[in-house]
Design a protein around this ligand. Structure first.
Ligand SMILES: Nc1nc2c(c(=O)[nH]1)N[C@H]1C(S)=C(S)[C@@H](COP(=O)(O)OP(=O)(O)OC[C@H]3O[C@@H](n4cnc5c(=O)[nH]c(N)nc54)[C@H](O)[C@@H]3O)O[C@H]1N2
Ligand SMILES: Nc1nc2c(c(=O)[nH]1)N[C@H]1C(S)=C(S)[C@@H](COP(=O)(O)OP(=O)(O)OC[C@H]3O[C@@H](n4cnc5c(=O)[nH]c(N)nc54)[C@H](O)[C@@H]3O)O[C@H]1N2
Ligand code: SF4
Ligand SMILES: [Mo]
Length: 697
């Protein structure tokens, strides 16, 4: 007997698709896209079409294990029972609490699973009740949250409105790889004559599929946006009426714009003045005009300033007035319908509990003065030994012999090699959870579809076992998925309907004109060119250009480095599967401009060493015009331990933070490239034909 289970895709992706999984005698046999879901519309992405390869992967971890031998690459493990695993973890947590207090325990997670219950709810309730240190989960969107803490500079119209746009600018956004369900909407309006411009330091798949690509130097988006704003103001293309009614501080802003030099802004972003003028005129005079700001804009030192500067554009031109005009960013159910406080219960955490920034984990682990020291890391939904910057320091920190590390994952990842105990996690088919999209106004509750494989247990189940073992009686920690989900929905989404249907919308109709008549989420209700809150905090109250940490600097490392996201992987999830391994020869290459290759005497296909003061890795070279001179690029996501000792791309990236919000700065990194003459281990690589394996994405 087979039936279809509706399962929400829990990946860290704006689209939050609904999968139709055919279950036959308790086994999932096929995955298809749900045809009725308003955003999935019958298509899953390249990654999730292979979802069952992940669920039934031969290397799936099916039992708890403990490490026997040294920490780090090559670690060996021995199977243990769940009873032993839970007892050991409880004992080590209790010992740390007794000796150093509960803040010596650090939960370490991100959105490897985006679910409300398993990953953004019950887990937090457990650690808050324990009194553990809290984790600032900034790695991805810290810069955005930093900017949002001051002003309404990101939320926008629902993606459905894109079918009305006549000009769409993808600004540091590569949806064809990273959330492709907006693309059919883009194509629909292009068929009626709309144009697509991409602003990106790399000729991405989106750039190639669009009408025009503007190469920008990484981390200089505020310079470009301010230059465009200056041209729009200078040429009288401002919507004076919109600005007068719905903005604050326009006169001061105009003074700021007039004080800036177009030539200097152009030199900073590497785009000629004439090109900037064309872009500004095009944007201001094509109606309706949409801008989608991608997460790529946040990967540099001036991230929050860049978002703020770009967000001024639709206010200055009044683009918000029309359906299909304004910003079209993330801002769906996640932000409107979820009551995070009710889900996570920060009130359970003792007042004054410290917060540790996840990007700076290495620094905290290696800091002898940190009081209390971190003695236990409980790592779930996250693979820091792949995804964190400055891996050389991080791995030294994770090696600390006195540190007790638990990793809960579906696989023995690079991070698992540093664990004392590794616990097997369920896949999304094997547990209940709710997913609320951040890229649209919809969400799904998906009940468990198959029995857990082997002895796998869900995050929530393990936290409840640990809570029981530690004598925790707080009822909030023992909530079920449906209870916690119901508690975390705001009243515009009736819980009964949400829990019983395959999907629900958080609004009856998508919001297509969110700022046509102002209504900005600021104290004044207006778009704040002048932000009083920034002034009060001693920060620049007006939009400005905050330079990147490294990109514009002189020094021994002259090339900007972009370790970008791959279409067949989801961060480091999928990196070990055959679809990715097959591409190691073709896609896992360093792209370099012909001029930079010639200057170094480097040949196409040669193995090169990419290095800076933080570390190095080795990779074959592809000579390519996908990058401009001065920039090199590659993809990330493969597992270091499977890559023949060539090193993780994050060996060279820095743990410096964004201007506001403490975010990661992965695309703000300088390197040098030299020929590699060390031993090569070709046997480590799969010689099978590459599937879509050209170095394009
Ligand atoms: N296939 C796939 N999908 C994914 C992911 C994945 O790993 N693989 N990851 C998920 C996650 S965690 C996230 S955060 C989202 C991110 O998805 P996106 O919002 O698309 O962000 P990125 O892919 O990081 O960057 C988008 C583009 O910005 C460019 N870029 C880099 N630096 C700059 C800059 O300084 N200025 C400008 N203008 N452009 C720049 C990059 O070259 C890239 O083409 O994707 C999610 N979806
Ligand atoms: N060079 C470079 N580095 C980057 C980026 C980049 O673009 N370039 N992107 C950065 C960004 S935007 C992000 S968001 C981070 C993401 O980095 P991470 O948060 O580390 O994401 P993943 O690498 O996908 O690892 C997620 C892990 O969670 C596990 N997992 C999935 N579901 C569950 C579950 O239900 N329970 C448990 N216990 N585990 C589960 C998966 O198996 C996987 O091993 O990486 C950052 N690092
Ligand atoms: S596009 Fe995103 S949400 Fe949809 S199936 Fe792929 S990873 Fe999941
Ligand atoms: Mo991310």
């Amino acid at each position: 007997m087979s039936h279809i289970a509706h399962v929400a895709c829990p990946h860290d992706c704006p689209d939050s698709c609904l999968m139709d999984v055919t279950i036959d005698h308790g086994r999932a046999v096929s995955v298809r896209a749900n045809a009725d879901h308003p955003f999935t519309r019958g298509a899953l992405c390249a990654k999730v079409n292979k979802f069952l390869d992940r669920v039934y992967a031969p290397d799936r971890l099916l039992h708890p294990v403990k490490r026997v031998g040294p920490k780090g690459p090559g670690a060996r493990f021995e199977q243990i029972s769940w009873d032993e695993a839970i007892a050991t973890v409880c004992r080590r947590i209790q010992a740390a609490i007794d000796q150093h207090g509960p803040q010596s325990i650090l939960p370490y997670s991100y959105r490897g699973n985006n679910g409300v219950y398993q990953s953004n709810g019950l887990d937090r309730r457990f650690f808050h009740t324990l009194g553990a240190s809290t984790l600032a989960r900034t790695i991805c969107a810290g810069g955005l949250y930093g900017a949002l803490a001051y002003s309404d500079v990101f939320f926008g119209f629902a993606p459905e409105g894109l079918v009305n746009s006549k000009l769409i600018i993808f600004w540091a956004s590569n949806p064809l790889n990273t959330g492709f369900h907006v693309w059919p909407l883009v194509q629909a309006t292009r068929r009626r004559g709309a144009r697509v411009i991409t602003i990106d330091p790399y000729r991405s798949r989106t750039a190639r599929a669009g009408d025009e690509h503007v190469f920008i130097r990484p981390g200089t988006d505020a310079a470009l946006a301010l230059a465009m704003l200056k041209v729009i103001e200078h040429e009288g293309l401002v919507d004076e009426d919109y600005v007068r009614q719905y903005s604050l501080g326009y006169e001061a802003f105009v003074d700021r714009l007039r004080s800036l030099s177009l030539a200097e802004l152009s030199a900073a972003c590497g785009i000629p003045v004439e090109k900037i003028q064309d872009l500004a005129r095009d944007y201001a005079t094509t109606r309706p005009a949409a801008i989608r700001i991608g997460i790529g804009i946040q990967r540099s030192g001036g991230a929050a300033a860049a978002i703020r500067a770009v967000a001024c554009l639709p206010t200055l031109t009044g683009a918000w007035r029309e359906v299909g005009g304004g910003l079209c960013n993330f801002g769906g159910a996640m932000f409107t319908a979820q009551n995070m406080t009710a889900a996570m219960r920060p009130d359970l955490s003792p007042p004054g509990t410290r917060e540790i920034n996840m990007v700076r984990l290495a620094e905290h682990l290696l800091d002898p003065t940190l009081d209390p020291p971190i003695k236990v890391i409980y790592n779930y939904n996250c693979n820091p030994a792949a995804s964190l910057p400055d891996q050389t320091s991080l791995r030294r920190g994770l090696q600390r012999p006195d540190l007790f590390t638990v990793v809960h994952d579906m696989f023995l990842t690079d991070s698992a090699d540093y664990a004392d105990i590794v616990l097997p996690a369920t896949s999304p088919l094997e547990h209940d959870d709710a997913v609320l999209a951040y890229g649209g106004d919809f969400g799904s509750f998906s009940p468990q579809a198959i029995a857990p494989l082997g002895e796998a247990k869900s995050n929530a189940e393990v936290f409840q076992l640990l809570a029981a073992g530690l004598g925790i009686t707080e009822p909030a920690v023992y909530a079920s998925a449906s209870q916690l989900t119901a508690e975390s929905l705001k009243k515009q989404v009736p819980a009964d309907a949400f829990l019983s249907q395959p999907f629900a919308r958080t609004r009856p109709e998508p919001d297509l004109l969110p700022r046509a008549q102002g209504g900005f989420l600021t104290p004044s209700g207006k778009f704040e060119f002048w932000c009083e809150k920034l002034a009060r905090d001693g920060l620049d109250p007006l939009p400005g250009f905050v330079p990147p940490h490294e990109t514009l600097s002189d020094g021994p490392y002259p090339l900007n480095f972009l370790p970008r996201k791959h279409k067949d992987s989801l961060n480091s999830s999928y990196g070990h599967l055959p679809v990715m391994r097959r591409q190691e020869n073709t896609a896992r290459t360093l792209e370099i401009h012909p001029d930079d290759a010639a200057a170094r005497g480097l040949q196409d296909g040669a193995e090169v060493r990419v290095f800076n003061a933080r570390g190095a890795f080795v990779m074959p070279l592809t000579i390519s015009t996908n990058v401009a001179p001065g920039t090199v690029a590659t993809f990330w996501g493969w597992w270091d331990k499977l890559s023949g000792g060539k090193g993780n791309v994050n060996n060279v990236t820095s743990a410096k933070l964004t201007d506001l919000g403490g975010g990661g700065t992965f695309y703000d990194c300088r390197v040098e490239v030299e020929p590699w003459r060390g031993a090569t281990d070709k046997t480590e690589r799969d010689s099978g034909g590459a599937e879509n394996g050209t170095a394009t994405a």
